[in-house]
Design a protein around this ligand. Structure first.
Ligand code: HEM
Length: 576
């Protein structure tokens, strides 16, 4: 190995050239050259940022690109480390409504101004679409082997079948079935009496109780891991409602797999991390889920053909209409097993992941505020109450009676608390591919809100990616005052002309928007209120020690968040 003094280095470089120097002293020269390249990259990207930043008077301009150190990598590392913090810093350093990042070979334009977001939602598919991103996601997250991309027609027909979820017939069927199931099961969210020991023969625990690791106390209270308890309890009712009871009955580990998959899905999309323990668990869970979905589909397809399904799938009469239509659509379009099963697993995940986690966070937010809890209980008491005729569930506990219409139309505080929960606890990114050059124009009021001299327009070039930074907007104090506080009244508007109080999502876009807006949103709103209200009426929830229920830290960003660690709570039954 050769070491040089600077004068020697200069004369050697002059006589032998750079290649010779790298070959002779790689341990020194490679880091030196790397540092030089980084410095040059940082300087050039900084100059470029200043040039675009100085276009304060331009009516149409190029968004500022955030400077970076390492060519090709760009801002990838800071995105991987802290996506929301990175975007918030970029936003604050420019003061504009859009900022641009280089990540690997791609340019990303991140949008976080309400008027620009509305324009993004209004674009046609020919300008902005999600197809390529969705195909990539189906491959890395669900291992579809590019079936979504290669079986284009079949995928789109299957996807279209989900539009049924937007129709009144589906919404009525799904909410009615959910409400009836909740009425009879919320009293058994955790069981206790009549059996003294949970595992007494013939009286096994409910699967969600096992997932929540319940422990019965002598005074009749029950301790549980609240996150696991809630997401599994809701999952049981909603999966039974969509796919019929046989799916979970034949695959008792289905929910464990679903939540293991969810815990590791971040690791799968950043494929480097797929080798982590959570990533490996997610991969194993995903293959069991895919197999279960394929078997379920084959049984349903057999019934639809008039054939006899396997013995364990004889009773498929309780499958929802939307899932029956999906099966028929897959069959009519000669869909491969790979496309069918991976897409059905993605729907299974989508149906559960957002609603169930939001109910968990929402309950904690409400139970940790005694005044809000009591106001909401008063607001909903007319619509969610213990069965007036004294009906009991299978375990002998009180049943509830739920008036879904009354709950959803006349209870603004619980609905506004749901929106505020989504604002606080969700952090989704909406990603679109830019197919044609696009101009986005700031509104005058948004420009003023961001402290700009005048509204500007931005040119977003074809071939780049556009990102809606919902999580960052949800925490922007200019859009949502005091964003770190849970304000249960935030989304409540004044009374309208008809005298009714309105609840309005305003600049909150947790269901997405435009052509890709969540197809399950009408059901989801009602479902969340049904689950949350019924638990608030039937149960008191508090900490194991002390008075204050402390909310756990949130896990990784990216749509709905899980808690960083589960939270152990004590549940007390309010009605026997
Ligand atoms: C609080 C609950 C929920 C939230 C916050 C939520 C949010 C979302 C979001 C952000 C998207 C992507 C939109 C985009 O790409 O712009 C989406 C898509 C979707 N959601 Fe939901 N969702 C919820 C519950 C549900 C439920 C319960 C169902 C089913 C009953 C459902 C069905 C779907 C479907 C089918 C899509 C795909 C839409 C498409 O590709 O066109 N969601 N949801």
């Amino acid at each position: 190995m050769v070491f040089f003094r600077s004068s020697q280095l200069a004369s050697s470089l002059e006589s032998h050239g750079l290649t010779w120097y790298i070959a002779e002293a790689p341990m020194v020269s490679i880091p030196v050259i790397f540092v030089l390249i980084c410095l040059i990259t940082r300087t050039v990207t900084e100059i470029r940022r200043r040039i675009s930043q100085n276009q304060v008077d331009a009516v149409i301009r190029t968004p500022s690109r955030i400077p970076y150190w390492v060519p090709f990598i760009g801002s990838a590392v800071s995105f991987a480390r802290d996506i929301e913090g990175t975007i918030a810093r970029g936003r604050d350093s420019t003061g504009d409504g859009v900022v641009s990042y280089r990540i690997g070979p791609s340019k990303y334009y991140v949008v976080y101004m309400p008027s620009l977001v509305q324009q993004v939602f209004a674009q046609k598919l020919s300008t902005l679409s999600k197809e390529k991103i969705f195909e990539w996601f189906m491959n890395v997250a669900f291992a579809d082997g590019h079936a979504t991309r290669d079986e284009h027609h079949a995928f789109h027909e299957g996807h279209k079948a989900l539009n049924m979820m937007l129709k009144d017939d589906f919404i009525t069927e799904a909410t009615t079935k959910t409400a009836r199931a909740v009425e009879t099961q919320v009293g058994s969210l955790v069981t206790s009496a009549p059996w003294p020991s949970p595992d007494r023969e013939g009286n096994d625990l409910n699967p969600w109780e096992k997932a929540g690791d319940v422990k019965f106390n002598n005074d009749g209270t029950v301790d549980a891991n609240f996150y696991s308890l809630i997401v599994n309890y809701m999952g049981q009712i909603v999966i039974d409602m969509f796919w019929g009871k046989a799916l979970i009955r034949n695959n008792p580990g289905l929910q464990k797999d679903l939540w293991d998959f969810d815990e590791g899905v971040h690791h799968l999309v950043t494929s480097l991390l797929a080798i982590s323990a959570a990533g490996r668990r997610a991969v194993a869970a995903r293959s069991r889920l895919t197999k279960a979905m394929e078997e379920w589909h084959n049984a349903m397809a057999a019934v639809q053909r008039g054939d006899d399904p396997p013995s364990q799938y004889q009773d498929l009469d309780d499958v929802s209409e939307v899932m029956q239509v999906r099966v028929k659509t897959w069959v009519d379009n000669n869909t491969s097993a790979k496309l069918q099963a991976t897409n059905d697993v993605s729907v299974l995940w989508g149906v559960n992941v957002n609603s169930n986690k939001n109910v968990f966070w929402m309950l904690l937010q409400i139970y940790s505020r005694p005044e809000l809890l009591s106001d909401i209980r008063e607001e909903i008491m007319e619509y969610v109450k213990v069965s007036p005729t004294g009906e009991r569930d299978l375990n002998g506990f009180s049943k509830l009676q739920i008036d879904v219409d009354g709950l959803c139309k006349n209870c603004p505080l619980i609905k506004a608390s749901f929106y505020e929960t989504m604002r606080m606890n969700m952090s989704g990114l909406g990603i679109r591919q830019v197919n044609q050059d696009l101009i986005l124009k700031e509104s005058a009021s948004d420009a003023a809100m961001f402290g700009k001299k005048q509204p500007q327009s931005y040119r977003i070039p074809a071939g780049s990616a556009l990102v809606l930074a919902n999580g960052t907007m949800q925490q922007d104090p200019r859009i949502f005052e005091n964003p770190d506080q849970f304000l249960s009244q935030r989304f409540i508007d004044d009374k309208g002309k008809d005298g009714n109080v309105r609840v309005n999502m305003k600049s909150l876009h947790t269901f997405g928007g435009g052509l890709y807006k969540c197809k399950g949103r009408y059901f989801a709103e009602k479902e969340v209120l049904i689950f949350a209200a019924s638990i608030l009426v039937m149960w008191d929830v508090g900490p194991l020690q002390g008075d204050a229920l402390i909310l756990p830290k949130m896990g990784l960003a990216g749509a709905s968040r899980s808690p960083a660690t589960d939270v152990r709570v004590r549940l007390t039954r309010r009605y026997q």
